[in-house]
Design a binder for this molecule. Structure first.
Ligand code: GUN
Length: 307
């Protein structure tokens, strides 16, 4: 068997189109232009690239983007003051503080200071708690992207045996809560899980979010299973000095020989994250205005598997 490749780039573009349509309708019919504030501290090159892409995508979808760049030496108190100002600004509907922050700043303190109603990253403990309680919440973008990708293969996740490898606060835990909300049977595996290959081989849906390149092997995959790879690590290419490539948490080439469907790295989960951020910004703007909250979680029928 050779797996169907789940094309994250195309699915993310389709989602972004639906979000842009919703944003344009809000502006036209209700005079509401969703606004996203992104705060970047210091000049981490990877963060600069992310923030540039976020700004471009936000503006390209008909929303306002407010970029705040602060020096790496900024004090925690000044950053808290900025977050407080953005919390009170009525044209800002979403706030994202780019991580990682410099070591002298307590990231948890900053994230907890963001108004949960504007927390488009879904990292605030209130939003994680609301997700756990099954209440409406802004959920983290990467887990939302994984759910949308999985639904292009399985329009309903109900009753699926799913394994999430990794228990981070940003991906593994919220993803488990989202999948429980979809009525999947969820196992969360981690570094202390025993017999991981055997446990994994029972799953219809494997989501690898462990941050270890090519950790998940072919023998761990049940024939026909769907594999979603959240990992992204840059590794040197052996024998080609100076060259590097991006690698996921799944040994892609061998896993694709047994899986039914699989996401590539790059071009799988990665492109979904920004589209989900834009979706959260529109949802946050609607919530704050008391308007109906659009549901972007279902892929359009064009993106679903026909086989
Ligand atoms: N750094 C890398 N990805 C992200 C993200 O999705 N949100 C935030 N806040 N920081 C990041």
């Amino acid at each position: 068997m050779t797996a169907r490749i789940i094309d994250g780039k195309t699915i993310a573009a389709e989602l972004r189109g639906r979000v842009a349509d919703a944003a344009h309708r809000l502006a036209r019919d209700r005079a509401l232009v969703p606004g996203l504030a992104v705060v970047l501290v210091g000049s981490n090159p990877a963060s600069e690239v992310y923030v540039g892409s976020k700004t471009k995508a936000t503006v390209g979808s008909g929303m306002r983007s407010f970029d705040h760049r602060l020096p790496a030496t900024v004090g925690e108190a000044d950053l808290l003051t900025l977050v407080g100002r953005l919390n009170r600004d009525p044209v800002v509907h979403g706030i994202l503080v780019q991580l990682p922050l410099p070591a002298h700043i307590d990231s948890q303190k900053i994230l907890a200071a963001i108004d949960p109603a504007k927390d488009v990253d879904g990292f605030h403990p209130v939003n994680l708690g609301r997700l756990a309680a099954g209440l409406p919440a802004l959920a983290p973008c990467t887990p939302l992207g994984c759910i949308i990708l999985a639904k292009t293969v399985h329009p309903s996740l109900e009753g699926l045996d799913a394994i999430i490898i990794g228990r981070s606060n940003i991906v593994g835990k919220p993803l488990a809560l989202l999948m429980l909300g979809e009525n999947a049977t969820v196992t969360v595996a981690h570094s202390k899980t025993e017999n991981l290959p055997e446990v994994c081989a029972r799953a219809d849906l494997v989501i690898a979010a462990v941050g270890r390149p090519e950790f998940v092997r072919k023998s761990w995959i049940k024939p026909g299973a769907t594999v979603i790879d959240v990992g992204i690590t840059r590794l040197p290419v052996p024998g080609e000095p100076g060259k590097s490539k991006l690698v996921g948490d799944v040994a892609f080439a061998e896993a694709a020989e047994v899986a039914g469907a699989i996401t590539p790295v790059p071009g799988g989960v990665g492109p979904m994250t920004i589209s989900c951020l834009l979706a959260n910004t529109v949802r946050a703007a609607c919530m704050q205005a008391g308007f109906p909250i659009p549901d972007f979680s279902k892929p359009s029928s064009d993106e679903r598997s026909r086989d």
